[in-house]
Design a protein around this ligand. Structure first.
Ligand code: GDP
Length: 297
């Protein structure tokens, strides 16, 4: 990730705030106008920007900030706190069942978002933690997807369950749970089919899997580089299928940051991980505080 433009602009605003010994309400409002512009240019959701700026302004003007020591510094602190809160404040982990119970992750997302790669990345991380994951090829529409999962699974040393491309995804998912029980796998990762755009049949398929399999968490994979499109996709999936969290891929190539800053606020669901490259180890847990520090520079 390189949100240079956003970071530069916010740092400029902060420099101005710090340079003033005393701040008036007008100074704060002027600074917030610039923050607003910077966030909009970074492709942050319009409503999110509006509410963020309002909260920061109210806090900065309402409390004893302006009459206290270092008002500039205090305003900057408020921006930082509100930005962390926008992204969820705390790091959120995938929920994993204890003991011998099988945890099932339903992985969803549009074609090309990085779903198959991310499934393998997660499987590798869970394996390192001592879990026994099983990757499952439920994308029966793209034969290449099955092969891709097999190749990536092999690289991670994680078994891949497939039934070819002639079965329906619900049957594959059900059979994979039985397979996991028989083979001592305690985590099942279902790699489902994506489409180029959100469509009804994709949503129905996910709903069917959820209705027939005891899914522990539904995780949506979206491409950070698509900005507000990623946010809209997440909103639709949340409404139609219900999701527990989001993985934001290709953050390494994202120069703006709009998706990272909007998704939590728009969908109410946390970012669980971020993809930082094509390699299978390039998956990082998402910490709102660290992300805020990187954005604010
Ligand atoms: P799917 O169609 O959603 O299953 O997407 P794939 O897993 O096939 O990924 C599509 C492309 O995105 C591949 O070329 C991946 O290597 C690439 N990709 C996935 N995640 C990341 C990431 O975090 N960063 C970068 N730079 N590329 C990624």
């Amino acid at each position: 990730m390189a949100f240079e433009s956003l970071t530069d602009k916010l740092q400029n605003v902060f420099k101005n705030l710090r340079s003033k010994g005393r701040l008036t309400e007008a100074d704060v409002k002027e600074a917030m106008k610039e923050v607003k512009r910077a966030l909009l240019e970074a492709d942050v959701n319009f409503r999110v920007v509006k509410s963020f700026v309002k909260t920061v302004t109210d806090r900065a003007i309402g409390q004893d900030v302006l009459t206290g020591l270092n008002p500039g510094q205090m305003v900057i602190k408020i921006v930082k706190e509100e930005m962390e809160s926008l992204m969820g404040s705390e790091m959120t982990e995938l929920v994993i069942k204890q003991g011998n119970e099988i945890t099932v992750f339903l992985m969803a997302g549009l074609q090309g978002a990085g779903k198959t790669t991310t499934c393998a990345k997660i499987a590798g991380q869970l394996k390192k933690k001592g879990k026994k994951p099983l990757l499952v090829a439920c994308d029966v529409y793209r034969p290449a997807a099955i092969k891709q999962l097999e190749v990536n699974g092999a690289k991670q040393g994680v078994p891949v369950f497939t039934m070819g491309d002639k079965q329906n995804p619900v049957d594959i998912a059900k059979a994979s749970i039985e397979h996991a029980k028989e083979n001592d796998n305690n985590i099942v990762i279902l790699d489902t089919a994506g489409r180029l755009h959100v469509d009804e049949s994709m949503m129905e398929e996910l709903q069917n899997i959820k209705a027939n399999v005891d899914v522990t968490q539904t995780v949506l994979v979206v491409d950070a580089m698509t900005g507000q499109d990623a946010v809209n996709v997440a909103k639709t999936f949340e409404e139609k299928v219900g999701i527990d969290g989001v993985i934001l891929t290709k953050l390494d190539g994202d120069t703006r940051g709009g998706a990272a800053l909007s998704i939590r606020a728009v969908t109410g669901k946390p970012i669980l991980y971020v993809g930082m490259g094509e390699k299978l180890e390039d998956l990082q847990q998402f910490y709102p505080d660290r992300m805020t520090s990187r954005i604010l520079g």
